[in-house]
Structure formats: C-alpha cells, structure tokens
Design a protein around this ligand. Structure first.
Ligand code: ZN
Length: 344
C-alpha cells in the first residue's frame, strides 16, 4: 500500500487526473455547480447593513486596524474595497489581507453562530467533490507518514474529512468553534475540542497529522495557530494546509469580483510566495506545494464578458488547460504539506 501511494504521488498525470475529478467546473460546469449547491442563493454580505454611507466602509467602531499578519508591516493603500472592507497588499511579503477587520468579539460571535454555509457544504454536488478532494489530501499526506495515524482536523466543520479518515482507520479528533457543528460532530461520535488551538493545551506528539482545510484565511493571527502546531507536531509529523490561492489565474483576473474576497470572513489571501514565507518563519519545511481546482469556468466566463459564476461562455482558448494552470500554480486553491524544519 505504501509503495502504491508513493508511486501515485510521483506520477504527474495520475495526480492531474485525480485533481480534475474534484474540479467542479470541469466535471459538472460552473453555473450548474453554483446553482445545484445553492451558492447562487447565498447572502454574501452579512455585514452590509453596517456599512457607513459616508465612507463606504464598515462602521469604524466595529473594526480595528492590523498590520500584515506575516511580516508586521503597516497596511498600505487599499487595492480595492469590497463589501465595506479594505483589501491591501503587503509589498514586503505579497500577502493580500483585510485591514480594518471586524473586532475580535464580533468575529468570534460570527463563527460560533454562522450556519448559512452549511447547506451549501452539505449539498450532494459539493460532497461529491469534497470526498475526492479530501481523499487526495489524505493519500498525499499518508505517503509521508510512518507508524501511528493520529489526526487533528482544525476547523472540522461538518466533519466530512474526519469521517473519511475514521473510515480509513485513523484516530481522529476535531477542533471546531461553531456550536452547531461541534454538537453534530459529537452526536456522530467524533471527539471534538471546542476551543481555539491557543487555548486547547494539547500535549506535544499527540498527533502526527494536523490538517487545516480552508482555515488559515479566516484567522486574524495565523502565526498563533502555526506556533501551536509547530509546538505539538513531532519531528516526522505532517501539516496539511488548503487555502484559497490569491495567485490563481481566476483571482488575478477577477480581483474584487472573485468570490474569495469578502472581508468579514476571509481575512488573509495567500499566494505561493506569502504562504511559503509564513511557513518558513514559523519553522516549517515545505514538502509539497501545488494548486487544485482550476476555476476554468469562471475564467472563461469572465473572458467572455459573462457573469463569472453563472455564465455559460464557451472555452476562451484551448491552450488554457488544467495542466497549464496547475503547472504555474494558477489553480484556485493552494494545497501544501509541510513538516517541522530541523532546528539548527
Ligand atoms: Zn507582509
């Protein structure tokens, strides 16, 4: 089994085939996927009513400024404002981030109670894609691991990744702050930590795989969680991170029209450069960094002057293939495996 996994990992075509199988725009088409998952009916601006008409920004007393969460440089001018939030780009480390952000207490409240996205994430077309995506990540991480199979999934959400891991004989613990999600995970018999990583006080060596599927982009201080992960992950342990890729072709074309930008919830927009920098600073060595999910549908729609997510534009140019997109790290999600760097 181990041999098969490592062979699979080294075969570029096999990897591309597996990635394409959970790429919704290739499998079912962008517009249909967005309609069938209910994304087109989502309220995308839960804080719109708090926008100050005088400034176009979220009311000042609900927000606070922050410096670049990677290199602490002060925020420069906004590259754009979306839904009342200023998005800035750090010239030092290339991170796009939100500043001003919502106050910590408002954010915590939002995360404890937000449930709107659950219907999207629980929809069948979404689960069909996610099960393949999670399987891809778990297989990739497994190829680097020996011995015990102890997983901590941070931001476990509905638990679909954990359930897959349990089926594959992992011992798994969920970390989830959303009250309803934590409740349903517990009802499914999954052990849940309803605390932030910083407060959980986990013993070093408890887990040899720690996963963060679409977590890091939400955190005001991504360094804090990585500090804790670094503290508890054993020498040969693996950290798997999936984040939206601000360096993706779709994001570079769409800018604020891209769904990835919101401001209340997505606070950090990493690209390969800034994520690598963050991981290096926090004491990790990168084993794999690649992109998944092309968003070719949104790209074709935009280039065809149609709505990126609901349009039906034809293919813009046959040279723009999934292979080309992923070879250049232009896919819409950045998948990274890292392990603790050897301390000097
Ligand atoms: Zn920076």
């Amino acid at each position: 089994m181990k041999e098969t996994q490592s062979e699979w990992r080294k075969d570029a075509q096999l990897r591309l085939d597996r990635k394409n199988a959970f790429d919704a725009s290739l499998v079912v088409g962008t517009a249909r996927f967005n309609r069938d998952t209910g994304r087109d009916r989502m309220v995308r601006q839960p804080f719109a009513k708090f926008i100050d008409p005088a400034t176009g920004l979220i009311q000042l007393d609900m927000t606070r400024a922050r410096n670049c969460p990677i290199c602490d440089a002060p925020p420069g001018p906004a590259i754009f404002v979306k839904d009342g939030f200023r998005h800035v780009r750090c010239k030092a480390c290339d991170l796009i981030y939100v500043s001003l952000i919502l106050r910590e207490d408002i954010l915590i409240q939002y995360w404890r109670e937000e449930i709107a996205w659950k219907t999207v994430l629980k929809s069948k077309p979404q689960l069909d894609m996610d099960v393949l995506k999670f399987g891809y990540g778990l297989d990739l991480a497994s190829a680097y691991l020996n011995g015990s199979r102890d997983l901590l999934d941070i931001g476990a959400g509905n638990g679909d990744f954990i359930l897959m891991a349990l089926e594959r004989d992992w011992r798994a613990v969920a970390m989830e702050l959303n009250l309803e999600s934590a409740d349903s995970l517990e009802r499914a018999g999954i052990k849940v930590i309803v605390k932030s990583m910083e407060l959980a006080d986990i013993a070093p060596g408890s887990f040899n795989l720690i996963t963060m599927w679409e977590v890091l982009e939400h955190l005001t201080e991504p360094k804090n969680i990585l500090y804790e992960v670094r503290r508890i992950l054993p020498e040969h342990g693996i950290l798997l991170i999936l984040v939206p890729n601000a360096g993706s072709l779709a994001t570079r074309l769409l800018h604020e029209r891209s769904d990835t930008f919101g401001g209340h919830s997505h606070l950090n927009h990493f690209n390969p450069t800034s994520l690598a920098k963050l991981l290096e600073v926090m004491g990790f060595e990168i084993l794999e960094m690649e992109t998944v999910i092309t968003e070719l549908g949104a790209i074709n729609n935009h280039l065809g002057f149609e709505d990126p997510y609901l349009g039906e534009a034809p293919v813009f140019h046959p040279a723009l293939t999934p292979a080309v997109i992923h070879q250049n790290l232009w896919g819409s999600r950045l998948l990274t495996l890292a392990r603790p760097a050897k301390r000097p």
